[in-house]
Write a new protein. Sequence first.
Length: 276
Amino acid sequence: MSLLKKQAKVLVGRLGETLFPRVVEDLETGRHSGRDIRLKRAILYARSQRAKKLGNEEQSESTLHQYWKTDTANDFYVLYGHRFQDWFLGPHLKLIDQLEAYAQENPIEHMIEVGCGDGRVLDYCSKRLTGIKRFTGLDINPMIIDANKTRYADNPSLSFVSENAQDWVPEHTGPGTLLFTYGGVLEYFSQHGLEALIKRHTQQPDSVIAIVEPLDPAHDLQNDPDSHIFGQENSFSHNHRRILEKFDYHVRFEEEHQMGPIRWIMMMATNKPRNT
Ligand SMILES: C[S@@+](CC[C@H](N)C(=O)[O-])C[C@H]1O[C@@H](n2cnc3c(N)ncnc32)[C@H](O)[C@@H]1O
């Protein structure tokens, strides 16, 4: 987006915020009215630019969650459906190979996919990681979760829940649980939010975390442990290894690669040391 377009969008967003309280209410309650989508996006954009300028990470995170919870995000699942075939079944499948090998030696009870979107990745995992008993797809977007409940009704190992992961995961993790994210989900959590999300999970016996997340191309992971806002969405680039090691996790697999403009990191870590 050119600078002029960005400024115009911020202006429309600020005006919208003042003049249309009903639209603001839709955003804040996550209502799926299907109306005023462009205005809602402009308001969220203005809010995220303001939060970034003020260095207010909590506000940045809350704006990102409002975007995904409201009907502003519904196009994503249609526009980016090809990612499953091209990306997940392509270079990202290596992470599932790692998980499969780990699960053969170490029983996993429950796989929770945070930000499961259209559920295709979780459905695939349930057919491949056959030793895992339960699979839960969690997403903040209620429309995609309703669609998944119908779409996967014939797969009894799957269940779907629409909640903010920040509230749900700490209450529902347990021993032998795998927390998984695919395609950019933890990027919508501030560092503080991410640490709060995983803290209780990492304390469970035999817990596992596996992720495929984008990074800021400029994030120097060797020297910079902190998370930063980056990119068009004003989302967060995290130093996942450093964060997981803070919680006494051991990284068993890590690989980075570039796909088009996106720098991806794949990582799998457990609270069991590597040689056990
Ligand atoms: C970039 S999409 C990825 C979707 C899916 N994993 C895929 O690759 O197609 C990010 C997903 O994370 C979900 N999400 C964002 N913040 C969330 C939160 N706080 N709790 C649960 N889900 C969240 C969004 O609703 C969205 O479906």
